[in-house]
Design a binder for this molecule. Structure first.
Ligand SMILES: [Mg+2]
Length: 284
């Protein structure tokens, strides 16, 4: 019988890898991860959990997780909710809901609440922006270059609202201050400004690190990889941070820290090169 190595809830994995998708594991333009495939196989063979941590929705992630045969926990909508396969850590987690074979832990806000707040503020203050809730699927396609199926999935948001900001930078600061009164915040991603609850990708790393530590009896080493501003909290929370170079902007600047890699290559090629270096040093 061919049993694939997977995370064993009793044993400390050599590393835990947490990664952003768009512009990091996936090419910013084509969404391809082809250059990363040998490294993905290497992680699996070594029993290293690969935790996808993305601005995408749970529905959007489903096909990719199947394709990657990924059975590890994952994080959606910029840290808004964590999904952990049932029995992954060998015991049920408290304060989580059951959802299609996973335990769901919500750290952010529900989208319906977010829309109520930002639509009222737009009416009152005359801000200029277009959110997914205002767009036809054809407009989502135009802004993302996604296929129609994938664009429909992208609109199935549960915990955040992506906006195209069409007003001044100064007005964006005013908007940010007004939504903060409602416990909401802004995150700038590769394409959109996201309105989300009081959560970020880094809080999810901390939350999962505690679960792994409980389960394995020792604290695992986390490597995180990201390319954009919405990855900074996750990168700062990791033991080793990999800043994947972007064709869109200068590399991120992190807190002063001992272990940071800035890739030479962009997107999945940079992702693969950095992890190859880390795996070569870790797996002897
Ligand atoms: Mg990204």
């Amino acid at each position: 019988m061919n049993v694939e190595p997977r995370f064993n809830s009793q044993a400390l994995p050599p590393l835990v890898v947490m990664t952003d998708l768009d512009g990091t594991l996936l090419d910013h333009h084509t969404y391809s991860y082809a250059p990363a495939m040998p490294v993905l196989a290497r992680l699996k063979a070594a029993g290293i959990p690969l935790i996808l941590n993305t601005s995408k929705t749970a529905a959007e992630l489903e096909a990719l997780r199947k394709e990657l045969k990924n059975a590890d926990p994952y994080v959606v909508e910029n840290g808004s909710a964590l999904f952990v396969p049932t029995d992954y850590f060998g015991k049920e987690m408290e304060s989580t809901a059951q959802k299609s074979g996973n335990r769901m832990h919500v750290l952010g806000a529900l989208r319906a609440e977010i829309l109520t707040v930002i639509q009222k503020i737009r009416t009152d203050e005359k801000f200029l922006f277009t959110g997914f809730a205002d767009m036809e699927v054809s407009e989502v396609i135009a802004h993302t270059s996604l296929s129609e199926t994938d664009a429909l999935l992208a609109t199935t948001r549960e915990f955040s609202e992506p906006l195209i900001w069409q007003d001044s930078a100064h007005q964006l600061l005013n908007f940010e201050a007004l939504i903060a009164n409602h416990g909401l915040r802004l995150l700038k991603g590769g394409r959109f400004v996201h309105v989300i609850g009081a959560c970020d990708k880094g809080k999810c790393l901390h939350w999962l690190r505690e679960r792994f530590t409980d389960s394995c009896g020792a604290r695992p080493t986390f490597v995180a990889l990201g390319d954009s501003q919405n990855d900074v909290a996750m990168l700062n929370a990791a033991d080793t941070a990999v800043i994947v170079r972007s064709p869109q902007h200068e590399p991120l600047v992190l807190e002063k820290r001992s272990s940071t890699i800035i890739t030479e290559e962009i997107g999945p090629q940079g992702w693969a090169n950095a992890l190859t270096q880390i795996l070569d040093e870790t797996l002897t």
